[in-house]
Design a protein around this ligand. Structure first.
Ligand code: SF4
Ligand code: SF4
Length: 472
């Protein structure tokens, strides 16, 4: 039976409920009255159920689709303003014992070079990342209890936080590692991680089992229930994601929202972020081998519908996507993007020759962080290197209640401007700096509280004089 409060994967991601939802969405895809009423509900900005959101995703009425896009843009604007949070992935190790058919790190791929960074190599990578201007990382590692045990991950996190190179610092480390035990999640929490991110890949159990024929990840329930264990271990910011292209996208979309509803029902707080990667080319991987690939148009609609369904959840897009696609979806709902990313192990220090690449996937957007920052500003966005909430203890339900009360935005814009100023002072090219100074001057006017506005003006001056790390 479908039960969002159940702790069993097959009950909170219930196949029958998803199939009923898809049939319901199909039956109503041209029902202007129902779609209109769902849109009215969405305008209240309190979110939608998986069933309601699935109807929007299936909607075939052009005028209603335009309304969905317009509402997504408006919600994005209301909740996130012009800000886009920047981060970079850091690949620690590509040793992996799993057999995921869509990933080049699968254990049977014998021609990909296997690498695991030593602590010294991590230091070098982090210095390279700090020198680009990054403050927020997502660490990635394959699952391998011998090569990448939890102790290695914990030691690596400690190393990353300890490095203070020039004015650089990594202030938030998010972690994307395999499903593990409550006890291990507790250790990650103690190590000071930000968000624990785990992609479901696909919510379709049968499809999941075929795509994961071997290794610990082949256990659908253990994987799907991992976020619950993470929350039991005290990690209150967790990130969801599916790999679009593996299964039918409407199935995945419904599953993703059911997962969010489940976390809210059980833990009182939904996911902190949702990531929307698509299958893309990589060593030993041909995206054409997966017949559920989605077009850019459908991808955009998914982003818009997620934005409308879960307004408080940050949405992340990776460097897999081209500049063109990124530009479009930033407008529709994405709130975090990576910049200057390398998806190979050790790739920030040394660029690998293509024929010996240890990369997890091919990067479509190959621009540097500075180019991405400048591009964002020229589009009217404010790139933000803010990590304040986690450092101020604003996580989990505390964070969500501030979001829902609309108060978090009083912190976001000032923090975005101050961290952007740090970036401009320490890392930007002269042209980027010139564009950025204009952005800051313009955006300061949008700070409504006069007291906060005055504090920000003073702190911006102090940053220009060399002080760092102010936050609200
Ligand atoms: S997706 Fe993750 S678990 Fe699967 S093979 Fe790749 S690195 Fe390993
Ligand atoms: S203040 Fe909090 S929510 Fe806003 S950008 Fe910073 S970390 Fe994110």
């Amino acid at each position: 039976m479908y039960d969002p409060k159940s702790r069993k994967a097959e009950e909170f991601i219930h196949h029958g409920e998803i199939m009923d939802t898809l049939a319901y969405a199909d039956a109503h895809k041209t029902d202007a009255v129902l779609i209109g009423s769902i849109l009215e509900k969405a305008k209240l900005r309190k979110g939608l159920s998986h069933r309601e959101a699935s109807v929007l995703l299936a909607c075939e009425l052009e005028d209603k689709n335009q309304e969905i896009y317009a509402l997504a843009k408006q919600i994005k604007r209301d909740f996130y303003g012009d800000r886009i949070v920047m981060f970079a992935p850091l690949y620690l190790s590509n040793y992996c014992v799993n057999g995921c058919l869509y990933c080049p790190y699968h254990a049977k791929n014998k021609h990909i070079p296997r690498k695991k960074l030593t602590q010294d190599e991590i230091r070098a990578e982090v210095i390279a990342l700090q020198d680009m201007g990054h403050k927020r990382l997502a660490i990635e590692a394959g699952e391998d209890p011998v090569n990448n045990p939890l102790e290695y991950i914990l030691e690596s996190i400690k190393t990353i936080y300890s490095i203070k190179h020039k004015n650089g610092a990594i202030r938030r480390v998010n972690v994307n590692i395999a499903a593990t035990t409550v006890e291990n999640y507790r250790k990650l929490k103690e190590a000071g991680i930000g968000t624990y991110i785990l992609f479901q890949e696909t919510y379709h159990k049968e499809g999941y089992e075929q795509l994961h024929p071997t290794g610990p990840k082949s256990d659908y329930a253990y994987h799907t229930e991992a976020h619950d264990r993470a929350m039991d271990g005290g990690i209150d910011d967790v990130g969801l994601g599916v790999l679009f292209g593996l299964e039918r996208y409407r199935y995945e979309f419904a599953g993703l929202l059911m997962h969010a509803e489940h976390l809210e029902a059980v833990h009182g707080v939904g996911p902190h972020t949702i990531s929307v990667p698509r299958v893309c080319p990589a060593d030993d991987i041909d995206p054409g081998a997966f017949d559920n690939g989605i077009s850019d148009e459908i991808f955009e609609k998914i982003v818009a519908c997620i934005r409308v369904a879960v307004p408080y959840t940050g949405m992340i897009i990776s460097t897999r996507e081209s500049q063109k696609v990124r530009e479009r979806v930033l407008d529709l709902g994405i709130s975090q993007i990576s910049g200057g990313s390398r998806t190979s192990v050790g790739g920030y220090v040394e660029k690998e020759p293509d024929e010996a690449s240890s990369a997890q996937f091919d990067v479509s957007d190959t621009r540097t962080l500075d180019q991405v920052v400048r591009w964002l500003m020229e589009l009217g966005y404010v790139p933000s290197f803010c990590t304040a909430c986690y450092r101020e203890g604003r996580t989990g339900d505390r964070f969500m209640s501030l979001c829902k009360a609309g108060q978090i935005q009083n912190c976001c814009l000032p923090n975005a401007l101050m961290t952007l100023k740090e970036y401009l002072e320490d890392y930007a090219a002269p042209e980027t700096k010139a564009v950025g100074e204009r952005v800051i001057a313009r955006q300061q006017e949008f700070i409504t509280n006069p007291k906060v506005k005055a504090i920000v003006a003073e702190r911006l001056q102090k940053i220009a004089q060399g002080e760092r790390d102010f936050r609200f």
